[in-house]
Design a binder for this molecule. Structure first.
Ligand code: SF4
Length: 390
């Protein structure tokens, strides 16, 4: 049995080695045509005009990179302008109130990014005299800066020859070079980084990284890539072998976890109650209405039954004014099903008066809220339930 396992291990190593040799051989052939020259020719006519491309200010590039971590470029542009106008320097961001930062960030989601950006600014002020370090390695010590963002800043602002490898680069390289190693495995990450590191020209690393970003966004897109007018079509393994859909390879993804949130918009004399989310969870430090989370969706009667035992409603007469349909809100690894219950009470108990902030309903928008709540408030005329003088 042991001999069989040893044989299998040797065979698997041989296959990996053979594949590596093939890739390198292909790369050798391809390199003579110069990968970056082909890419730059494409980029010369197709580059997008993005505001953070016209600067080498590392702070501005840092802000843009953090915004773009989980945001589409089109949505990110207005936030980028707003953010650097409101916090024009690392110092101003470090000195800012976290609520002001969150307010400018509101709507972008993934609020940990905003908190880390501010924490990173404080760290730069305290440990680096207010000046961002220049090297890829040192930049990764800044709170919230991972390998990709550090490589982007180091290459765009300081000209360091380090590849910024993200989903775009995995997709492009896996298709062109026919690499089947799963991109979410540690072996895959090392393999793609090493290949990108071989391809990046030492004299124009920033342009190379930017060109790959645009090539992934405009040409070699996840779905329906534009292969017929692609400058790499003659060399592309995936195109020539009809394997575009199969590449890149990902390990089996877990289905998103479903969570069920019930928000209570409590009316009392035209006012309502909110408080900050605490704990290590999504939307940390954002404001929300009193809520309960359940392990499964509740039917109408189950919900009313559950309300009887809610501590923030105890001791009060409750009049339910409206119950929304469950609203689906997608996050990267979770699906939130949110139900909004508007109700009126006659006597807020000590939990509401001590643990929550009492505000007029129209004042809710002044607080930083999860996008889910913000969107619900914008779409539903909830004000009408709060307008009577009762
Ligand atoms: S030929 Fe198609 S799959 Fe290959 S690099 Fe070009 S766009 Fe991507």
């Amino acid at each position: 049995m042991q001999i069989r396992i040893a044989n299998i291990q040797v065979l698997s190593r041989l296959i990996k080695l053979l594949r590596l040799i093939l890739i390198r051989f292909f790369f050798f052939l391809f390199d003579s045509m110069d990968f970056s020259s082909i890419l730059f020719m494409w980029y010369a006519t197709k580059a997008r005009d993005l505001p953070w491309r016209n600067t080498i200010n590392p702070y501005h590039i840092w802000v843009s990179e953090v915004i773009l971590q989980q945001t589409r470029v089109v949505q990110g542009i207005s936030y980028y302008y707003r953010f650097i106008e409101r916090f024009p320097s690392i110092q101003s961001l470090a000195d800012a109130d976290i609520d002001d930062v969150m307010k400018v960030w509101q709507g972008l989601g993934y609020y940990t990014r905003a908190r880390n950006l501010k924490a990173g600014a404080i760290q730069v002020m305290e440990q680096y005299n207010g000046i961002l370090p220049k090297s890829y390695k040192e930049l990764q010590r800044i709170k919230g800066l991972g390998a990709y963002s550090a490589a982007a800043i180091a290459s765009f602002a300081f000209g360091e020859a380090v590849p910024a490898v993200d989903g775009n680069v995995y997709r492009i390289l896996s298709r062109i070079f026919g690499i089947f190693t799963p991109i979410d495995s540690s072996t895959g990450k090392k393999e793609f980084f090493s290949l990108a590191n071989e391809l990046i020209p030492k004299n124009e690393p920033g342009r190379f990284n930017q060109a790959l970003i645009d090539f992934g966004a405009l040409q070699c897109t996840p779905k329906s890539p534009r292969c017929t007018d692609c400058p790499f079509a003659d060399y592309c393994y995936a195109y020539k072998n009809n394997l575009i859909v199969a590449l890149p390879v990902k390990s089996k993804k877990k289905p998103p976890v479903e969570r069920f949130f019930y928000y209570f918009m409590i009316k009392h004399k035209g006012h309502t109650f909110i408080k900050r989310r605490q704990g290590k969870d999504i939307w940390h430090l954002l404001y929300e209405f009193p809520m309960v989370e359940t392990g499964a969706r509740l039917g109408h009667d189950q919900l009313l039954e559950r309300m009887d035992s809610l501590n923030f409603l105890s001791g009060s007469k409750v009049n339910v004014l409206s119950i929304s349909q469950p609203i689906r809100h997608l996050l990267s690894h979770r699906t939130i099903w949110a139900t909004f219950i508007i109700l009126e009470i006659d006597n807020p108990n000590y939990i509401l008066t001590e643990e929550y902030v009492r505000i007029p309903i129209v004042g809710v928008s002044e607080y930083s809220l999860p996008r889910l709540i913000d969107a619900y408030m914008a779409a539903e005329p909830v004000i009408k339930y709060f307008s009577s003088k009762k």
